[in-house]
Design a protein around this ligand. Structure first.
Ligand SMILES: Cc1cc2nc3c(=O)[nH]c(=O)nc-3n(C[C@H](O)[C@H](O)[C@H](O)COP(=O)(O)OP(=O)(O)OC[C@H]3O[C@@H](n4cnc5c(N)ncnc54)[C@H](O)[C@@H]3O)c2cc1C
Length: 405
């Protein structure tokens, strides 16, 4: 009986509904996402129209309950969507992640009933585009050093001053049109032990003092995802737009980073799978010195090592996702761990795919060079490799028993 359960258990599609979701997204990718990926990368254009179609499929609020217009699904489902979309267009997927995980899921977990009713239906349908603003020009990894400050006015409203940098979806076009809703982390004071107090504010398009500073052009990869600097200059935010308690945001910031990291790892998995598929196919078709190149040992090494790494990524990512409760934190060791391992593995697999495909691999039409460029961002965004190493070593100092589990 137990043996039966073990052999039938499917880690990557644990239920029929996970399987169906994967099939649905694969179909959408094949019919819609793939056709536009290369062109949008070349033109550095975010495909807002296609993004809104994700709302029609119920994907933009994948982890938000149905009551607020979402699909009420779990972490595994969210990863399935990230993996499938990223197997074709990681940049489009990055914009999806910033909206669905960093904004909608964050709001669903931490917002008040009133805030959820006000914003979630629009975020889930795609009528509103959301983004999350944490990083600053001078503070990335050292996030607690942030300078953006929110001060309470005598009328009970807040005034925000500061700049946020590298914000995915910060601008939705080339005209400097901001996202509709920005989840902004700002300092609101210092606690008795000298730790900065961080609070969250929902800044809406059109609020006085809020603007797009610049859309950032000429990125190496993720070019079809808009990245922007946002400016808050005496930006007045009504008290209803403060999320949770004043100074109470560090916890939900850390919890959301865990979700972000595992979703970015799932994107790496999509990149790795596609790169492996492409190199495997090409190695059969390409003949050199009278034989398909897959018969040469050096090519076999590229394919076999990539396959083994891909399977290891897949197991670690979905096993971690299986353990995660989206409502609570405390999974830092493995959410950092999957991102640390999967992002570099994906970059290496994409790199090997280019190598196997020779000159063709180096050209946009053959997909893998775009995946290679996109994969590099995943070693930086949502936490650098070095930050994962730092966090994991800290966790293992506090809890050496994790190694035995
Ligand atoms: C395309 C793109 C999209 C992004 N989207 C968003 C977004 O939507 N929202 C958002 O808030 N941010 C976003 N970011 C920002 C991203 O999260 C940061 O770039 C990242 O956290 C690193 O910060 P940084 O660039 O300031 O580098 P830094 O933190 O300055 O790091 C520079 C180098 O120093 C190393 N380093 C720093 N501190 C340490 C240390 N203590 N020990 C060892 N090494 C260290 C880093 O690992 C890195 O190698 C995005 C970035 C990019 C490029």
């Amino acid at each position: 009986m137990v043996e039966d359960m073990l052999t039938k258990f499917d880690l990557i599609n644990p239920s029929e509904s996970h399987f169906m979701l994967r099939e649905m997204v694969r179909d959408f990718v094949e019919k819609k996402v793939e056709l536009q990926a290369l062109e949008h990368d070349k033109e550095e254009k975010f495909n807002l129209e296609l993004f809104r179609e994700l709302g029609e499929l119920g994907l933009l609020g994948i982890t938000v309950s149905e009551e607020f217009g979402g699909s009420g699904l779990d972490a595994i489902s969210a990863l399935i969507v990230h993996e499938e979309l990223a197997s074709s267009d990681p940049a489009f997927t990055l914009s999806f992640l910033a909206h669905s995980m960093l904004t909608a899921n964050n709001l669903y977990s931490n917002g008040s009933e009133e805030q959820k009713k006000r914003f979630l239906p629009g975020l889930c349908s795609g009528e509103l585009v959301g983004c999350m603003a944490m990083s600053e020009p001078d503070y990335g990894t050292d996030v607690m050093g942030m300078k953006t400050f929110a001060k309470l006015n005598s009328d009970g409203n807040w005034v925000i001053n500061g700049n946020k940098m590298w914000i995915t979806n910060g601008s939705i076009d080339d005209k400097g049109t901001p996202a509709d809703l920005v989840w902004v982390y700002a300092k609101t004071g210092v606690s008795e032990n000298g730790r900065p107090q961080i609070s969250t504010f929902l800044v809406e398009k059109g609020m006085d003092g809020f603007s797009v500073g610049q859309k950032i052009y000429d990125k190496s990869g993720m070019r079809a995802s808009n990245t922007a600097e946002l400016v808050f200059e005496n930006c007045i935010v009504p008290k209803e737009n403060l999320v949770g308690e004043v100074g109470g945001s560090v916890l939900h910031m850390m919890r959301n980073l865990e979700i972000e990291r595992i979703a970015l790892a799932a994107m790496s998995l999509g990149i790795a799978r596609r790169s492996l598929m492409e190199m495997n196919k090409y190695a059969t078709e390409r003949v050199s010195f009278g034989k398909p190149i897959r018969e040469y040992g050096q090519i076999q090494r590229h394919i076999a090592e990539s396959y083994a790494e891909f399977k290891a990524m897949q197991a670690y990512i979905y096993n971690t996702a299986r353990m995660i409760d989206l409502e609570s934190g405390g999974y830092r060791l493995d959410t950092d761990g999957v991102k640390l391992f999967a992002t570099t593995a994906a970059k290496n697999i994409a790199d090997r795919a280019i190598q196997v495909m020779g000159g063709y691999g180096y050209v946009g039409e053959y997909v893998v060079e775009r995946l290679w460029r996109d994969s590099k961002l995943l070693e930086i965004g949502g936490g650098t490799l070095e930050s994962h190493q730092k966090n994991m070593t800290k966790e293992l100092y506090k809890n050496p028993d994790f190694i035995m589990k």
